[in-house]
Design a protein around this ligand. Structure first.
Ligand SMILES: [Fe+2]
Ligand SMILES: [Fe+2]
Length: 135
């Protein structure tokens, strides 16, 4: 069973960014499934590394779009992305050095991040961009 289900209300009204968010959701589910089925540490690390890499790409794309729209909260949004990148790198390090990686903590963090970041911070720019497009 998927840990996180994508829903239409998560949309940020940008097809490319929506697709990237959906891929992030799929990767979080993949990681959760691998943890539930007792996958080897190397397999978990590979998924986590792919997730961290893809997230960086997504953040860069999102920031570029927000820059083009002169989004007033961009600096703050950028900082939140940087903090998430740092946290993912930290979990990756933890996986690397630990014989018992913090799998539950990682999943809990990822689920909260998804809801807090996509549903609040990303949704906040949706309104701004929509207003810009209609003016
Ligand atoms: Fe995003
Ligand atoms: Fe974002």
């Amino acid at each position: 069973m998927a840990i996180v289900e994508w829903q239409a209300c998560y949309s940020v009204a940008n097809e490319r960014l929506d697709q990237q968010h959906q891929r992030i959701v799929a990767m979080i589910n993949q990681l959760g499934e691998a943890m539930d089925t007792g996958a080897e540490k190397a397999a978990l690390m590979k998924i986590l590394s792919d997730l961290a890499g893809y997230t960086k790409t997504h953040f860069a794309d999102e920031e570029r779009m927000l820059e083009q729209c002169s989004y007033p909260l961009l600096a703050d949004h950028r900082e939140k992305h940087a903090a998430l990148n740092r946290q993912l790198a930290e979990y990756y390090r933890n996986f690397y050095i630990s014989s018992r990686p913090q799998t539950k903590e990682v999943m809990s963090f990822l689920q909260h991040w998804l809801y807090d970041h996509i549903l609040e911070q990303d949704k906040a720019y949706t309104l701004y961009v929509a207003k810009l497009a209609s003016s």
